[in-house]
Design a binder for this molecule. Structure first.
Ligand SMILES: *[C@@H]1O[C@H](CO)[C@@H](O)[C@H](O)[C@H]1NC(C)=O
Ligand SMILES: *[C@@H]1O[C@H](CO)[C@@H](O)[C@H](O)[C@H]1NC(C)=O
Length: 307
């Protein structure tokens, strides 16, 4: 084949292929919990970089009564976040102003009105049907896009948890109520047994793993963090694992001790799907400087390498 024929061959056969498969620069995802601590933080307080996919996660919706003491309701969820500042109209406003913003709610959390919050269904059937109807109402009222699963205490076995949560996510997705779901496990053998059972049966329905790396010990080093990240990549195989830090207290690898160095390493290895922060309520006092840094890191162009 002569030069011009080769050129025509390349042009006519390879160019269309290249156009059909543009080199995809996947947007990094930045997520932040908000509304759990009633510090009057608002969506507009948090800086939003237009070059990331940005998720607020409302914390929390809980299947407990709002009475004192609170009682479990078998999947009938109520809203426990700061609704004065994180209201349906504020959700609409921030989504209308920023096309890269989505808003989710998180289920459970550590405690409800000062006592431990337990996952305690009566049966898979009753819990799922109550959860689907109560959450559908809340999600539609607030115009939300996804859910996050953050139960940390359990009065059921791992298989029941897996079936309840798996069926909930599947039904909400099938009904077009949500577009994405995440889970928020941490390094604790009992807790992991629940989330790993869920991952085993329903991992294909879970879009992000918000692993709570800040639940590791205070003073975690960069090399320890890198090791922990690999451990969780192998636990949640094939999952989109997000790196994380806290602005409440001092667990895990902090921004001061090299969190962003670790993230840059993960990014250069093609392993960083995103970053999430617990939580906006506490970051307000820090002027959201680490939120800025996280999003700048995710938005910076990089040569993609596969891992
Ligand atoms: C939040 O705002 C309300 C109403 O303005 C005020 O009463 C309350 O003290 C504020 N709370 C905090 C923690 O700033
Ligand atoms: C965060 O970034 C925004 C936009 O670049 C800037 O206006 C703001 O001052 C930054 N805040 C901090 C605390 O760095």
């Amino acid at each position: 084949m002569g030069f011009s024929k080769l050129f025509i061959f390349l042009f006519t056969t390879l160019l269309p292929v290249a156009l059909k498969h543009p080199i995809e620069q996947k947007m990094g995802i930045f997520r932040e919990y908000i509304g759990a601590q009633f510090t009057n933080v608002t969506f507009t307080d948090v800086p939003i970089n237009p070059h990331v996919e940005f998720h607020y996660i409302l914390a929390f919706a809980i299947d407990y009564t709002t009475s004192s003491p609170p009682d479990p309701t078998d999947g009938k969820f109520d809203v426990f976040w700061d609704t004065d500042n994180c209201s349906p109209s504020e959700v609409s406003l921030v989504k209308n102003q920023h096309s890269n913003v989505k808003v989710a709610l998180s289920l459970g959390g550590d405690s409800v009105n000062g006592v431990s919050c337990y996952f305690s269904p009566s049966s898979v059937y009753s819990w799922v049907s109550n959860a689907v109807s109560s959450l559908t109402n809340i999600i539609q009222e607030y115009n939300l896009d996804g859910i996050d699963i953050d139960y940390e205490h359990f009065r059921a076995d791992p298989e029941t948890f897996a079936e309840c949560i798996g069926k909930l996510i599947t039904t909400l997705k099938t009904n077009g109520v949500i577009r994405f779901a995440s889970i928020a496990p941490f390094d604790h053998s009992e807790v992991q047994s629940y989330y790993l059972a869920l991952w085993k049966s329903y991992g294909h329905m879970i879009d992000y793993v918000n692993f709570q790396f800040y639940a590791y010990g205070e003073g975690t080093s960069v090399s320890q963090f890198m090791k922990y990240f690999e451990t969780q990549r192998s636990n949640y195989k094939g999952g989109n694992i997000l790196a994380s830090f806290t602005t409440e207290g001092s667990g895990g690898l902090s921004p001061e001790n090299g969190f962003f160095m670790a993230c840059n390493r993960l990014k250069s290895e093609g392993k960083l799907h995103g970053i999430f922060v617990w939580c906006a309520d506490n970051s307000k006092a820090l002027g959201f400087r680490y939120e800025n840094e996280s999003q700048a890191l995710l938005a910076a162009p990089h040569l993609h390498s596969t891992a």
